[in-house]
Ligand binder design. Structure first.
Ligand code: ATP
Ligand code: PRP
Length: 228
């Protein structure tokens, strides 16, 4: 088998594939991997490689979009991965075992509007709100539970722009420091839920590769307690 044909690996293989996204999830997962004795040998910020070797010849890291991590793990193209609760709620979590809240990439999912927009009044009067978001399932459920009628506008990024240019009345997006909202003269009017990233494991891999996975999961669990 060539070094590139890892997707079709047998579930009985001793190889483990971990799916991570570049940026904060990769950075925040590195200390957890170190706690499990695993060092990633390449840096995705400087390398164009999508399959990264580690000091353990049986463990490799694949670099995918944050919102694609659950898909790779669900289909067994990766044995395990790290994904935000926001992403998992949109994906639905089918075929995934979610054993550990890693307490990394912490933020919150919120509703924000232009400063000066009377959100409470709009909601009280039963207005039909136009809501722009990447998180359409979460937004739909949130507003349905409140009995607020919404027109959802799916975006893939730069949500903060939508109310400024009149595309929407509100956005649903993740907020951490609040500096992106402030920089764009938006205000947070409602917090929907706290978000952190979870370890997700392919259900078949959990059974068939338990011996290889278990020590890593235990090390992740111990190390993630330090993030709480
Ligand atoms: P994609 O590339 O699939 O569109 P993305 O650009 O949102 O995803 P990241 O920005 O790397 O991906 O975010 C990964 C995860 O980190 C998110 O799913 C969320 O759980 C969390 N997150 C997003 N923004 C922040 C933030 N400002 N502070 C802390 N955590 C965040
Ligand atoms: C995320 C999110 C917000 C911002 C919030 O963007 O989409 O724009 O973080 O963080 P803050 O409250 O600390 O400002 P990110 O940094 O991931 O940029 P991206 O969406 O372009 O990837």
């Amino acid at each position: 088998m060539s070094q590139f044909s890892i997707a079709a690996q047998s579930p009985f293989s001793s190889q483990l594939i971990l799916a991570l996204s570049k940026g904060r999830i990769f950075e925040d997962t590195l200390p957890l991997l170190e706690a499990a004795g695993i060092t990633v040998l390449e840096n995705p910020e400087t390398s164009r490689k999508l399959i990264l070797a580690t000091n353990d010849p049986n463990v490799r890291v694949i670099i995918v979009r944050a919102s694609d991590v659950p898909t790779y793990v669900q289909h067994g193209a990766a044995d395990f991965g790290v994904a935000g609760k926001d992403v998992l709620l949109e994906h639905g979590g089918e075929g995934l075992y979610q054993p550990i809240d890693l307490s990394i990439a912490k933020c919150r999912m919120s509703v924000a509007v232009n400063a000066g927009f009377d959100y409470e009044k709009a909601v009280r009067q039963g207005a039909r709100l136009r809501v722009a978001t990447k998180f359409v399932n979460t937004a739909r459920e949130h507003f349905a539970a409140k009995g607020v009628h919404v027109d959802l506008i799916k975006l893939y990024g730069s949500m903060e722009l939508a109310p400024i240019v009149g595309l929407s009345d509100a956005i649903v997006d993740v907020v951490s420091t609040g500096s992106t909202l402030r920089a764009n003269n938006l205000v947070e009017v409602e917090e929907i839920m706290d978000i952190s990233s979870r370890l997700v494991v392919n259900q078949a891999a959990l059974k068939l590769k338990r011996e290889r996975l278990q020590p890593i999961l235990e090390a992740f669990e111990r190390a993630s307690k330090l993030n709480q």
